[in-house]
Design a protein around this ligand. Structure first.
Ligand code: GLC
Length: 454
């Protein structure tokens, strides 16, 4: 095991090498063109692509997964550096497979996976090429796990994204040499930008730990803009600050375990997307004693509520120490995927949300961004909460009003049973009838896909 001094020495050597190789970034930040007053800006292609992906899988996995107490274990159980480092020789990653992760994500209808390349404990799943000894090359895993991840994702047609901590409990420079630390961060991002092919996005997390520090975000982001111009840049504003846009390079706001609301983007200099991240139970990194799982119904409804606000859902799984996704999570995600395929349909990804009325329990209408006549109506809040023997009288079904639908409905079909939707028009309002529950009915979110009259 190398000492802290060796680690610092190595970092200095590698910083020197990067400078000697002429890799110093130019720090130039390109500003998007501002729209005319009163208009909503058009999304940049990378942002539009991200919004169409709609549903992603967050993966929190690292040394801490061996402890089974979440990714904050080092801090919350006050585990010192020496003690925590004992997790290095037992980190075998024997069942970690980027391809497997991508398959699990696909089974749920997820289009991208965001994996923790380094978390707050400072340990990196990739070969930091001498920047730090706290990386996968100092474990028996015997391979670069980020390389495995990006390759596996691409093989499955899933977009790989990388979570990168900005808070570091292990690297002393975080508290003792701020500029040195920020350079380490930039050099780390430069490695991720240059050795792993095209990355869908970088998801930073931790600036909230030093809210008054100068994080020199522009310098960090310009490394990405220079080397991965099509990558999304996201920086988690934390649980207490949802939807904050921050630096002009940010491509999506975050809503950590929150509930995105529709946003009025008129007058914004740039169309910034939104993404809500949520845990499947109450942990990001695996919590062996956590039995508090969401149900497929909860996930489905949460996904629809995110789409109602035009936001993505990034849903977390915490693989076991070996890297394998636990069976319960796999099954849950596959069940969500059944709904996505059989009921939700492509409109959840491609459709533009039209928000009508303020009622949260109401529903979502999507129309095609190209002005096509397809329309999808999603009805939330159907879950019977009464005695299960009396579903017939439970809340949820009945008349649903959708205000301001741009044209008359020509016809629509319930996706889950193929029956025609009964509807009427009341002024500007489209009223559809959600039939009573019968055996075999779907009682989560029901979707009706149809067309509008010309
Ligand atoms: C918080 C936690 C972190 C987790 C993140 C995911 O910022 O500190 O452990 O990775 O949320 O959104």
């Amino acid at each position: 095991m190398q000492s802290r001094r060796d680690i610092l020495k190595l970092s200095a050597v590698s910083a020197f090498t990067a400078a000697a190789m002429g890799k110093t970034p130019s720090w130039e930040v390109v500003q998007p063109e501002a729209p005319k007053t009163g208009e909503s800006p058009k999304p940049l292609p990378r942002v539009a692509r991200f919004e169409r992906m709609a549903f992603g899988m967050f993966v929190h996995w690292g040394l801490y997964s061996q402890l089974g107490k979440g990714e904050w274990a080092k801090k919350q159980y006050s585990i010192g550096y020496e003690e925590y480092s004992k997790l290095l020789p037992t980190f075998t990653a024997s069942e970690f497979s980027g391809r497997e992760l991508a398959k699990v994500a696909k089974s749920a209808g997820m289009k991208y996976v965001t994996l923790t390349s380094r978390h707050h404990d400072g340990f990196s799943l990739y070969d930091t090429r001498g920047l730090s000894t706290y990386d996968v090359t100092h474990t028996p895993a015997g391979r670069d796990l980020i390389l495995d991840f990006v390759t596996g994702c691409r093989e499955e047609g899933v977009v790989p994204m990388l979570y990168c901590t900005t808070l570091d409990w292990t690297d002393k420079r975080f508290n003792e040499d701020w500029d040195g630390y920020l350079k380490y961060l930039r050099d780390s991002i430069e490695i991720l930008c240059t050795h792993y092919g095209e990355i869908g996005g970088f998801w930073f997390d931790g600036n909230w730990s030093k809210p008054n520090a100068d994080w020199k975000e522009g310098e960090l982001y310009s490394v990405i803009r220079r080397l991965q111009p099509e990558a999304m840049i996201i920086n988690n504003t934390g649980i207490d600050a949802h939807g904050v846009r921050g630096n002009p390079e940010i491509d999506s706001t975050t809503f950590e375990r929150g509930r995105p609301q529709p946003v009025d983007r008129r007058g914004w200099p740039k169309h910034v997307a939104g993404e809500m991240c949520h845990t499947l139970n109450f942990h990001w990194g695996i919590g062996n004693k956590d039995f508090n799982y969401l149900s497929p119904a909860h996930v489905i409804e949460e996904f629809c509520r995110c789409r109602r606000a035009g936001a993505n859902l990034l849903l977390n799984v915490g693989p076991m120490a070996s890297g394998r996704v636990p069976d319960y999570e796999r099954a849950l995600l596959a069940r969500v995927g059944d709904w996505v395929r059989e009921v939700g349909g492509p409109a959840l990804y491609e459709g533009r949300p039209e928000i009508f009325g303020a009622e949260d329990d109401f529903g979502l209408v999507t129309t095609r961004p190209d002005g096509g006549r397809d329309v999808s109506l999603y009805c939330f809040g159907l879950t019977p909460t009464a005695d299960t023997r009396v579903h017939q009288s439970a809340r949820g079904f009945g008349k649903r009003s959708f205000n301001g639908v741009p044209a008359e409905l020509a016809g629509a079909t319930w996706a889950d049973n193929g029956e025609a939707v009964t509807f009427s028009r009341d002024g500007d309002t489209l009223v559809i009838d959600v039939p009573k529950y019968r055996e075999g009915a779907n009682s989560v979110v029901r979707a009706a896909h149809g067309t509008l009259k010309k």
